[in-house]
Design a protein around this ligand. Structure first.
Ligand code: ADP
Length: 190
């Protein structure tokens, strides 16, 4: 079992690198952002509840997010490990994830921090908006999401740093060279 958190601001490249990691290491991918977008597109009860929150670039309440995530882990009993993408985004989420995994005799093995400057993420998301059509990639919503990151999510880092689990990766450069650094960190932690 190998459980990994991929961490970084919006637009850091979490999705891109996650896809490559899954392919190579055969981990199950859980992206809370993708899950919320799926609920919204299928117009489920959960989707209706969170639609406006996502459109506003705000964080979904912890209780909703944690329940959804735990259910998804339980739905993948055969997974040999998980990559958590976009979760945990608050210290309360990180604490509950630790407790949840502990109850299953598991833990987080590695936290990859993709380090990218604010100027770079703004550029990237402006580019992504042209193809993604994501309403929350609009500039005012983006500012809100970056704000949520720097006020709430950033505190998740010291939580894992105290456990000695964080490896910082420079997220600016070629996709392949960033992936090379990620693989080195995973191979070392495995
Ligand atoms: P990005 O990292 O590019 O901002 P995500 O796809 O990870 O995008 O998340 C999109 C939105 O989904 C967030 O802005 C937030 O509204 C919601 N969301 C995703 N994960 C969480 C989480 N762990 N806690 C609360 N809200 C979340």
């Amino acid at each position: 079992m190998f459980n990994l958190v991929i961490f970084g601001p919006p637009g850091a490249g979490k999705g891109t690198q996650s896809a490559k990691i899954i392919d190579k290491y055969k981990l199950a991918h859980i992206s809370t952002g993708d899950m919320f977008r799926m609920h919204i597109s299928q117009n489920t009860a959960l989707g209706q509840k969170v639609k406006q929150i996502l459109a506003d670039g705000l964080l979904v309440p912890d209780s909703i997010t944690i329940d959804m995530l735990e259910e998804e882990v339980q739905n993948n009993p055969d997974a040999t490990g998980f990559i958590f993408d976009g979760f945990p985004r608050t210290v309360a989420q990180a604490e509950s994830l630790d407790k949840f995994l502990e109850g299953k005799g598991q833990k987080i093995d590695l936290v990859l921090q993709l380090d990218v400057t604010e100027a770079e993420i703004k550029n990237r998301i402006a580019e992504r908006k042209k193809v993604s059509g994501r309403a929350d990639d609009d500039e005012d919503k983006l500012i809100k999401r970056i704000d949520e990151y720097f006020t709430k999510t950033i505190h998740v880092l010291p939580f894992y740093q105290e456990q000695g689990k964080v490896v910082k990766i420079n997220g600016i450069g070629e996709v392949e060279s960033i992936f090379g650094m990620i693989c080195a960190a995973i191979d070392e932690a495995k």
